[in-house]
Write a protein that binds this ligand. Structure first.
Ligand SMILES: Nc1ncnc2c1ncn2[C@@H]1O[C@H](COP(=O)(O)OP(=O)(O)OP(=O)(O)O)[C@@H](O)[C@H]1O
Length: 641
């Protein structure tokens, strides 16, 4: 059984690039009103060293994930923390990309195969200086190590369809974080969903990678074999330390505290059974009789606090922190351009596999375009055609683009993957926004062009290639705009139902103020005209499409006597539709394109600021008043921002 608990810190060489992580008197409290400052972690002290696998164990809800998040610098905004967390004896914010973290939830692209997902990840994460063949080799080796070779060609699957099993997803997530061979690795429940053999092999691979690395894993119920792989053990119960020290010495500690592990029982089963207070069963204590779990936990916590183990932990922490070691640097990555290109490729492939992203929309648009074409079939040049052309164009610019909302679930999934990968330091917001924009463009062009041809020519809109190209360009630009708007919404709202409602609401307001349902001069001035009419892209889309259609067109107005009078399209635009004729339709298109750029920049801003702004907003609304959190008791320290 591995046991390095007594190793001297100097032997463990802080200068060799290894990572020493220490935490001292760590408190974490819920900061929302409902929980009223409930303490989740209560004064924990511990350390993790290079070459060691530290397991955090305890019953469900004892604070394992919270401890892992806190020491990894990822604690959410709904909690407050205090205490010292040091890396190589220094106070250092764990910037994204300095460590790797496998979260409890597997956030993966459902449409990709295992092989595609891992190859793309290798291309994204491994440095540019490494040849592609070497990246592929590393990916293949890691796939094998995680026992995924038979599932390589299987789709990951998710909300859109069944794919690999939950346990295999777990291994894909671990595989992706292992590609870069990080110096500091956090794993939250790496074996959940795995059978006992798979758990053992996965943990064995992880443990065999400990050399020079610091690995911390929270784990639920390891088998005896898996337990034997741990070097150190941190056992928690209700946020308190029941035991911290060499994993091999835990059995002795329990025995000395009066709770010996029965022969032939898995030690981890015994520990968890003894300290699980969720099902308050009395526990047999040595010869003194039965005790409630709460009492047992108190005995163990006290016993630990007064033990040599606790003193050893304190002196280890003090020794590690005595001297400041090297600063943990970010891993070297592929360049911004490579990341943008690889992400564009990955996103393009994902969009092509995901029926709900564009293909279904294309089919629906074709049906609608046929519908529009038949309803307005060969619209003609009479005065009645003016209204028909207007409503047809309004429908195209407003309602066809409105349906981009149908792609919202796919946007949300994309964003989830991005947020996870960004947190893990795989790439930045800039590459994601560029890739998302570029990969969507060919599809949006297709989705504008095919239905556009059908609707345009069946209706008999103004003849001429220039007019048709302009029509498609406006449709394409509006689609881009709506997608950008929906991406902005998706990056702000907490879930996809709220996103759909918010997105639909914003678009409905814009359509109302666009100048069709109420002509521009008739719009109420406050709010509707100023500023909404000018902010809504529909104004420029209507204006551009109407000008494109009516400029140069002669409308035949037949009076009661049958005399035909020609009306200039320009006069109709000015007098009937109250269009601003001071600038050309190309200016409208240019404004729309400018809006696309602006919306995309806003999207970038929102995803970049996401982690900072969202928590601040949430804190402003739900944080407790000072007296709900006993801040006087311990000064809070924002290590994790
Ligand atoms: N932000 C929060 N606000 C309020 N309570 C929280 C918050 N985060 C965690 N908790 C509570 O703290 C406790 C510990 O949660 P945590 O997720 O760390 O447990 P865990 O040991 O990882 O559980 P599991 O093994 O089931 O994943 C739980 O009771 C949880 O409800």
């Amino acid at each position: 059984m591995p046991n390095q608990g007594t190793k001297n810190v100097v032997e463990l060489l802080p200068k060799n690039g290894g990572v020493f992580l220490t935490w001292e008197d760590l408190w974490v409290r819920a900061s929302n009103m409902k929980d009223g400052g409930k303490a989740i972690l209560k004064g924990l002290t511990g350390y993790a060293r290079p070459g060691e696998l530290l397991a955090i164990m305890g019953p469900s809800g004892c604070g394992k994930s919270t401890l892992l998040d806190t020491i990894a610098g990822r604690l959410g905004s709904s909690t407050r923390q205090s205490g010292d967390i040091l890396i190589n004896g220094r106070k250092q914010t764990l910037a994204y990309g300095t460590s790797a973290y496998v979260t409890q939830d597997d956030t993966l692209i459902a449409t990709l195969t295992v092989k595609e997902a891992i190859y793309y990840s290798a291309e994204l994460q491994l440095p540019n200086s490494m040849p592609k063949s070497e990246k592929k080799e590393i990916a293949d080796i890691t796939i094998k190590e995680m026992g995924l070779q038979d599932a390589m060609e299987t789709r990951i699957g998710g909300w859109s369809g069944k794919g690999i099993s939950g346990g295999q997803k777990r291994r894909v997530s671990i595989c992706m974080e292992f590609l870069t061979r990080p110096k500091l690795l956090f794993l939250d429940e790496p074996t959940s969903g795995l059978d006992s053999a798979a758990s053992y092999y996965v943990m064995k691979t992880i443990a065999s990678r400990c050399k020079g690395r610091t690995i911390i894993a929270s784990i639920h119920q390891p088998s005896a074999e898996v337990f034997s792989l741990f070097h150190s053990l941190c056992l928690l119960s209700s946020g308190r330390t029941v035991y911290f020290g060499p994993a091999s010495a835990a059995i002795e500690f329990f025995a000395l505290s009066g709770f010996p592990c029965p022969t032939l029982q898995n030690p981890s089963d015994h520990f968890l059974k003894t300290i699980n207070s969720d099902f308050d069963q009395d526990i047999e204590e040595g010869s003194t009789g039965r005790k409630s779990t709460e009492e047992v936990i108190n005995i163990l916590v006290k016993s630990y606090k007064s033990s040599d183990k606790y003193r050893a932990v304190q002196s280890q922490v003090a020794e590690i922190c005595k001297e400041e070691g090297e600063i943990l640097e970010k891993r070297s990555h592929s360049s911004f351009t490579t990341q943008s290109l690889v992400l564009t490729r990955r996103s393009f492939v994902n969009m092509s596999y995901d029926l709900g992203y564009y293909w279904l929309r294309l089919a629906v648009y074709v049906v609608i375009a046929i519908g529009l074409g038949t309803i307005y079939y060969d619209v003609g040049f009479s005065t009645a055609s003016v209204q028909a052309r207007g409503t047809m164009l309004m429908f195209v610019a407003s309602f066809i683009t409105f349906m981009a909302i149908g792609g919202f679930p796919s946007f949300v999934e994309d964003l989830k993957v991005f947020q996870q990968e960004k947190l893990n330091g795989h790439y930045g917001s800039g590459s994601f926004v560029i890739a998302n924009t570029l990969s969507a463009m060919p599809y949006l062009l297709l989705v504008s062009l095919i239905p556009g041809v059908i609707a345009y020519f069946l209706t008999g809109l103004q003849n001429g290639l220039e007019h048709f190209i302009y029509f498609v360009l406006v449709l394409f630009t509006c689609m881009m705009l709506v997608e950008s708007l929906m991406m902005i919404v998706a990056s702000i709202v907490p879930n996809f139902l709220m996103g759909i409602i918010t997105g639909a609401g914003i678009q409905a307001l814009m359509i109302l103020s666009g100048g069709f349902f109420r002509l521009p001069n008739d719009l109420p001035k406050p709010f509707w005209k100023y500023p909404l009419h000018y902010v809504a892209f529909h104004k420029y889309a209507f204006e551009g499409l109407f000008k494109n259609e009516l400029e140069g067109l002669k409308i035949h107005n037949e009076d009661k006597l049958g005399k035909v009078q020609m009306i200039n399209g320009e006069d109709i635009l000015r007098n009937t539709w109250q269009m601003n004729m001071d600038y050309s339709k190309w200016a409208d298109l240019a404004i729309l394109l400018g809006m696309v750029v602006l919306y995309r920049l806003l999207f970038l801003l929102f995803v970049k600021a996401g982690e900072k702004v969202k928590p601040a907003i949430r804190r402003a609304f739900i944080s407790t008043s000072p007296n709900q959190i006993n801040t006087a008791e311990r000064p809070f320290d924002e290590f994790a921002t």
